[in-house]
Design a protein around this ligand. Structure first.
Ligand code: ELG
Length: 283
């Protein structure tokens, strides 16, 4: 059977803060799956490469062209917003978040998106060849859209970035970053009892740590049956770029014997980790 399709969505994020009529900053960053190849601080005129493979397969000349495009965009965007503010009700501070990116799908297809949020709420997106307002956007956004849609040159540039540049960049990054993207690190797991939830009750904790990539499945089991009360905690980062996840089960002390914790992770293949709760343990 064919290998399961691993997906590495590429997402560029822009965070623009307008504190008042003169103070503003725009920061950018980009992710490929759970790795961050790019950063772009407001103080810098160049996109920062955070990985040895961030250049992908683009030439220096292609990167210079992209760099220039984004530099022009950043200053034009800031100027645009100062103009739009005059049309919109409300006052500073303003927060605008733009996110865009693409994902390669099987059969050489790619999917792209670009959308923006104003004060934390979606307001617009780029659809096909033009700008469109989000479903519940305030009516005045329509005025902004009208202005944006009059600029044919910008619409062509956005379309080029989303549908030509983005998938080509990702195709290159998947090659140059292959070993880091496909890295697999096995989890360790151990059992503990947590703070007792009440008289006669135990909180069993299955700690799973050190795994990469992030997707993991951990469940408390009785025989082959999953325990319905299993509660996944939050996946937290370790300092060595692996992940940690605690999974708990609240049971009466008498029912703890015979329970086990099962861990499934891509690094383990079919070898699940299974740890049995020792009903005779003291704590
Ligand atoms: N155009 C200069 O997004 C997210 C990546 C977008 C890249 C766009 C790059 C094109 C660009 O920089 C600006 O346009 C002039 O020069 C061009 C050649 O360099 C062309 O000749 C063009 O025809 C000409 O007009 C242009 O000023 C553009 O408006 C910059 C910003 C466009 C933009 N706006 C935006 C606004 C995006 C998200 C959200 C919002 C508003 C949110 C609502 C706030 C109230």
């Amino acid at each position: 059977s064919p290998a399961p399709h691993k997906s590495f969505p590429f997402r560029g994020l822009q965070i623009s803060s307008f504190a008042n009529r003169s103070w503003t900053r725009t920061d950018g960053l980009a992710w490929l799956g759970e790795l961050q190849p790019y950063t772009w601080r407001n103080e810098s005129n160049t996109i920062g490469f955070l990985k040895p493979w961030s250049r992908g397969t683009f030439s220096d000349q292609q990167w210079e062209q992209l760099q220039h495009t984004f530099l022009v965009y950043r200053s034009s965007f800031t100027r645009d917003i100062w103009e739009f503010v005059k049309m919109l009700p409300g006052d500073y501070p303003l927060e605008i978040q733009v996110s865009g990116g693409c994902e390669l799908l099987p059969r050489n297809i790619s999917e792209s998106f670009l959308r923006a949020a104003f004060q934390g709420k979606d307001v617009l997106s780029f659809q096909g060849m033009s700008w469109a307002s989000a479903p519940d956007a305030p009516p005045l956004i329509e005025e902004v859209i009208k202005v944006l849609n009059q600029d044919q040159g910008t619409k062509e540039t956005v379309h080029w970035l989303l549908h030509d540049i983005c998938p080509e960049l990702v195709r290159g990054l998947l090659q140059t970053g292959k070993s880091e993207l496909e890295k697999q690190v096995k989890p360790e797991a151990w059992l503990c009892s947590g703070h007792s939830p009440g008289p006669g009750r135990l909180l069993l904790v299955c700690h799973v740590s050190g795994f990469y990539p992030k997707p993991v499945r951990v469940m408390w089991m009785r025989g082959e049956q999953e325990e319905p009360g299993t509660r996944q905690g939050d996946v937290m980062p370790n300092a060595d770029s692996t992940w940690y996840l605690p999974v708990t089960l609240n049971v009466s002390a008498g029912e703890a014997a015979g329970l086990s914790c099962r861990v499934k992770h891509s690094s383990l293949g079919d070898q699940n980790i299974i740890l049995y709760w020792d009903g005779n343990r003291v704590s």
